[in-house]
Design a protein around this ligand. Structure first.
Ligand code: PLP
Length: 757
């Protein structure tokens, strides 16, 4: 951009606030930057083409947008410099930007990284989602427990643009009008796409009573209040189906309108539109698109054929409970007009195969959304090599036999603009000083860093950068939660949604073991700070019990002077993209300890690696590919292998009691959960429930891997003592992270599935 940044900012400051830039508050500067950035983005050209992608997703965890947009407009460095000259810190200004609360975890963050890469590769492609007013929820800690609060993020002046367009959505008993908003998504290329978000004008935030409770019956008032409303009762589950149909119906109408506006015939819509279905939440787009195409005059055969060629499905999980199945009666209530189409698709699917395991509607009247996706879209992809292999060989084996040509792998990726350039400018500048800036557009060039693993001066510089980021995190945590961190300790970090399969409970048990060893006289050479960050789904009791146990244990460690010299346990409140951008660059150890076979890919593992943390993890998800890339000497791997886990589930032969009998050393660790120290502070009901579950059920086999985990963790801590060796490992990880750029992932989606032009 060819503008005098100082003059421009001064002019706006004077115009809006009647003062000089240097006298503006950080909040005022935020609104100045928001305005100028939005204005500059208006003149960025839209990416056009003959075939366009619509990435449809219930979640877009986009994070704050200011830095990212400045970067992609190519004015980040300029703005940062002008602000600094006026005594203003860009980081401080950014604190006034609310984080849009439109996602939950990895799946939503992936969608956001993809939008960045799609625009950067100059491919025509928009995101399609919902504009949740109060987000997922804001997590607060009260009495060592998670408390859920609304997370409002909308204000009069935000990144959202009102398009003024409405689309009618017919529910069984009424018609509502989906209001289309749009957020510009500017790529590093200097061209833009958009994130299209639908909303309902009648939604009323005032119906929220205590916490995130609200009356779930009035769709017109509650439809886009929250992402993933509590589905532990029937009204909540119905509301989710209402949201899903609202998204896909408005989305499909918009897509058809786009195609028609270009003058293209709908009989060849698949030449001009691709719909990537991000997990099963938007699966109803298939019958809805068929319905709308028939309304436009296509025969049912034409409509089904075009839809199957237009849609592609991404699977994100093999957890059975996460594969959505809706009772046909729900669909009958929410959108009766698509039920005959789903029944027709079911009939045709049964013609293609008489295997009852591939039916769309099962004998209990449940509609299997993933089955509809696989039969009636052109592609089904997993999100890491091992995940796709498990889909083909086990979970979706019957479908793979039916449609081998539809299955493919697209290992996830992350955008380096956000997860390196914006969150770690120090490391970015350092890399540029060593190998030039080619890696910013060709991430494989990071491998040019490999020769520096033998350069002691370079390794010492890298260590200095890590220290800088640890200090920044310490300032952040002090301000945010009034917690003091010891920057000279090892930062050992596990941040991700709370789920039993991700095994935060195993991390906790290992931390309890360290505590007990210290109480018994062990004096670690190196202090460690174990950091957790995780939200639990509001109705997921055991996940909330795990958070409770971590918070109670953290207090016990903190208040014990014998122990707190050697260890600290911290739980970050309200883990979100903003915290992730502070935590990840400061990490020494990246905890990726899911039960092998259960984590589809993971993406935080990639973010940590790129920022020079060393992975301590299982051979699961994309960890397998990280392991292959960096080699066994630059990663700490432990635990039961995925084949053995799958076999155990098939045989049902895992029993935690047997592990406890064979490994009596685990007894005192597990029993600590219900020992007097924990009971003195904690809620006995929660702690007993957790203890009971781990000792009798332990569905995700934390006890089975606990010994191996504790051993490997000690090895990692010991390795940290040799700083040259440690930072050589860290540098190897950075150098090999190029593969995980979402630019690579998107190029593969485009080559194999989308073929945009
Ligand atoms: C990257 C990211 C995730 C995904 O983390 P995983 O460890 O891959 O599950 C979740 N939440 C936020 C805020 C993220 O940035």
């Amino acid at each position: 951009m060819d503008i005098d940044m100082n003059q421009t900012l001064q002019n706006i400051a004077s115009h809006y606030y009647g003062k000089e830039l240097k006298d503006c508050t950080d909040r005022e500067v935020y609104y100045i930057l928001l305005d100028i950035t939005k204005e500059l983005m208006k003149s960025v050209p839209v990416i056009e083409g003959d075939r366009k992608l619509y990435y449809i997703s219930a979640e877009f965890l986009i994070g704050k947008l200011l830095s990212n947009n400045l970067l992609n407009l190519g004015i980040y460095a300029d703005v940062r410099k002008v602000l600094e000259e006026n005594g203003i810190s860009l980081a401080a200004v950014e604190e006034y930007e609310p984080e849009p609360s439109l996602g939950n975890g990895g799946l939503g963050r992936l969608a956001a990284c993809f939008l960045d890469s799609i625009a950067t590769l100059e491919l025509p492609g928009d995101g399609v989602g919902l504009n949740y007013h109060l987000g997922l929820f804001h997590q607060a800690f009260q009495n060592y427990k998670q408390k859920e609060l609304p997370d409002p993020w909308l204000s009069d002046n935000s990144w959202l643009n009102d398009t003024g367009k409405y689309y009618p959505v017919e529910f069984g008993d009424r018609t509502v009008h989906a209001h289309l908003y749009s957020i510009d998504v500017c790529g590093y290329s200097g061209k833009k796409n958009a994130l299209k978000l639908f909303d309902l004008d009648t939604v009323n935030e005032a119906i929220v009573t205590e916490g995130i409770d609200f009356d779930k019956s009035d769709i017109e008032e509650n439809l886009t209040l929250f992402l993933y409303p509590d589905d532990s009762d029937e009204k909540g589950r119905l509301l989710r189906v209402y949201q899903q149909y609202f998204l896909v119906s408005a989305g499909a109408q918009m897509i058809i309108e786009d195609v028609k506006a270009h003058g293209w015939p709908l009989t060849s819509i698949s030449d001009h539109a691709v719909i990537q279905i991000n997990d099963t939440h938007p699966s109803m787009v298939i019958p809805e698109l068929i319905r709308l195409l028939m309304n436009e005059g296509l025969t049912i055969d034409q409509a089904i054929e075009q839809t199957e060629k237009t849609c592609a499905y991404t699977n994100h999980t093999i957890l059975a409970e996460a594969l959505e199945k809706w009772p046909e009666s729900f669909l009958e209530k929410v959108a009766p007009q698509i039920v005959p189409i789903i029944e027709e698709l079911d009939r045709r699917a049964k013609e293609r195969s008489d295997n009852p395991k591939t039916a769309i509607i099962d004998d209990n009247g449940l509609v299997h959304m993933a089955h509809m996706d696989i039969h009636f879209s052109k592609s089904t992809n997993g999100v890491a090599k091992i995940h796709t292999d498990i889909l083909k060989n086990t979970e979706l084996h019957d479908f793979y036999e039916l449609y081998p040509e539809k299955f493919n792998n697209k290992t996830n990726g992350i955008t380096f603009r956000r997860w390196l350039q914006a969150c770690n400018p120090q490391l970015t500048d350092w890399i540029i000083s060593k190998i030039g800036d080619g890696f910013l557009t060709d991430s494989d060039e990071l491998e040019k860093l490999l020769p520096f693993v033998k350069d002691k001066k370079a390794l010492a510089e890298l260590a200095d950068i890590k220290m800088t980021k640890k200090k920044e995190l310490a300032v952040f945590m002090k301000k945010r939660q009034n917690i003091d961190l010891d920057v000279n300790s090892i930062f050992d970090i596990q941040v991700k949604r709370l789920h039993e399969y991700k095994r935060q409970q195993m991390n906790l048990l290992s931390a309890i073991n360290l505590y007990q060893e210290i109480k018994n006289g062990y004096k670690p050479e190196q202090k460690v700070t174990i950091i957790f960050g995780a939200k639990a789904a509001p109705a997921y009791i055991l996940a909330k019990d795990i958070i409770h146990a971590i918070l109670v244990f953290s207090q016990i460690v903190d208040s014990d002077p014998e122990v707190n010299k050697y260890m600290q346990v911290v739980m970050v409140e309200n883990y979100d993209v903003t915290c992730a951008e502070k935590l990840i660059p400061a990490a020494d150890i990246s905890e990726q300890i899911s039960l092998a076979s259960k984590e589809a890919s993971g993406t935080s593992n990639m973010k940590f690696m790129l920022n020079g943390a060393v992975t301590l993890g299982t051979d699961d998800g994309a960890n397998v590919e990280i392991h292959d890339l960096v080699g066994g000497d630059n990663i700490f791997i432990f635990g039961t292998e995925s084949e053995d886990v799958i076999e155990s589930y098939a045989k049902g032969d895992y029993h935690p009691q047997e592990v406890l009998e064979k490994e009596p050393n685990l007894d005192p660790i597990v029993n600590f959960l219900v020992g007097e120290e924990m009971m003195a502070l904690g809620d006995p009901e929660c702690l007993h429930r957790l203890h009971h579950d781990i000792t009798t059920k332990d569905w995700f086999m934390a006890l089975r891997d606990l010994d191996a985990y504790m051993d490997e963790r000690k090895k990692a801590y010991a390795a940290y003592a040799d700083k040259d060796k440690w930072f050589a490992m860290a540098l190897t990880n950075i150098a090999m992270a190029g593969y995980f750029s979402s630019d690579r992932t998107i190029a593969q989606y485009n080559d194999d599935i989308w073929k945009l032009k």
